[in-house]
Design a protein around this ligand. Structure first.
Ligand code: SER
Length: 317
């Protein structure tokens, strides 16, 4: 029997690309997109779409019954920078939505859940280089707190209620199709838009702020890989460290300047610097590579080439 999927938060940066990919693989009618608003006209027009507030158990349950859904990807969340502006809102959305979905899995209304965690689960006391899977976790952002508590709930529901929940700790995700919203790692996307349109970027992080990053295609691949893995291979049921590359704003700017020699960058760190300082520089994802054979494809050069190509064509057309 073919799986029927519901993506909550489908209009967002990762949700929209995940929806497109799953529709290609499973058939459009088998992938229900949902979001609190019709934020992405192309996606809304491309297949089944429902308005869902992820905080509403009733709305999620209604949609699941209506479409006979068995698997939920919960992609709705307030990210790190927005979370610091609206702490209560971030807590409410990020934790209520997860418990809604986990409870539906506990009650066997659905059989499988994907929920993303983040490098934001780590904090200033975490070892920064090659951060291990299991280590000190004292996040200092609301977003990080919601991800940490979420990881504990995922493991708890798996251990106590046999819920098949799978999760990865995404690094910063770089993509060109939709604009990101409210993340600290988003500078690595803004920089490409500004490089192409204005030739200059004023970065909100310092030049030496190294953060773990990944291209969207790799992030989607990792998500599908863990969801398609044999249940017994998914040994960690909190969330897996996941890594591709790591770079500083200066390294990214240098890579961009190889193709756009006129490009210049300046640095005016703001409140997001403190968030970035609290996160790892690089991540050890040996467990993901061993347990479900994770491998990334895109290095810094490949990401830069692809971003400049795609956004350059968009700017012309
Ligand atoms: N990319 C996210 C952020 O910057 C981290 O998960 O908030």
């Amino acid at each position: 029997m073919i799986s029927k999927i519901l993506i909550i938060g489908a209009c967002g940066q990762i949700g929209s690309e995940l929806t497109n990919r799953l529709r290609l693989e499973l058939g459009t009618e088998n992938v229900i997109a949902s979001d609190i608003r019709e934020n992405n006209p192309e996606l809304v027009a491309s297949g089944p779409f429902e308005i869902i507030d992820a905080k509403s158990l009733k709305q999620i349950k209604h949609c699941i019954k209506k479409h006979n859904v068995d698997t939920v990807y919960l992609m709705a969340a307030l990210l790190s920078a927005t979370g610091e502006k609206f702490p209560q809102k971030a807590w409410n959305l990020n934790t209520t939505s997860l418990l809604n979905v986990l409870n539906l899995a506990k009650d066997k209304v659905i059989s499988k859940v994907f929920w993303p965690s983040s490098i934001a689960v780590f904090g200033p006391t975490t070892p920064k280089i090659n951060t291990p899977q299991r280590t000190i976790m004292e996040p200092t952002t609301v977003y990080g707190i919601t991800k940490q508590v979420g990881e504990r709930w995922c493991e708890y529901y798996h251990n106590n209620y046999d819920v098949d929940v799978r999760s990865i700790r995404y690094p910063g995700i770089i993509s060109w199709k939709t604009l990101p919203g409210g993340g600290t790692t988003d500078y690595a996307i803004d920089i490409f838009h500004k490089a192409i349109n204005e030739g200059h970027y004023d970065c909100f992080l310092t030049e030496y702020t190294a953060l773990p990053m990944m291209f969207m295609d790799d992030a989607v691949k990792a998500t599908l890989d863990i969801m398609n893995a044999n249940p017994e291979d998914v040994k960690i049921r909190s969330s897996y460290n996941l890594s591709a590359i790591s770079f500083t704003p200066k390294q990214l700017a240098t890579q961009i300047a190889k193709q756009l020699p006129e490009f210049t960058i300046s640095y005016t760190p703001d409140f997001r610097q403190k968030i970035a300082n609290s996160w790892p520089n690089s991540i050890d994802d040996t467990a993901a590579r061993q347990d479900w054979y994770w491998e990334h494809d895109y290095d810094l050069e490949a990401i830069t080439n692809e971003m400049l190509l795609q956004l350059g064509e968009k700017a012309i057309s």
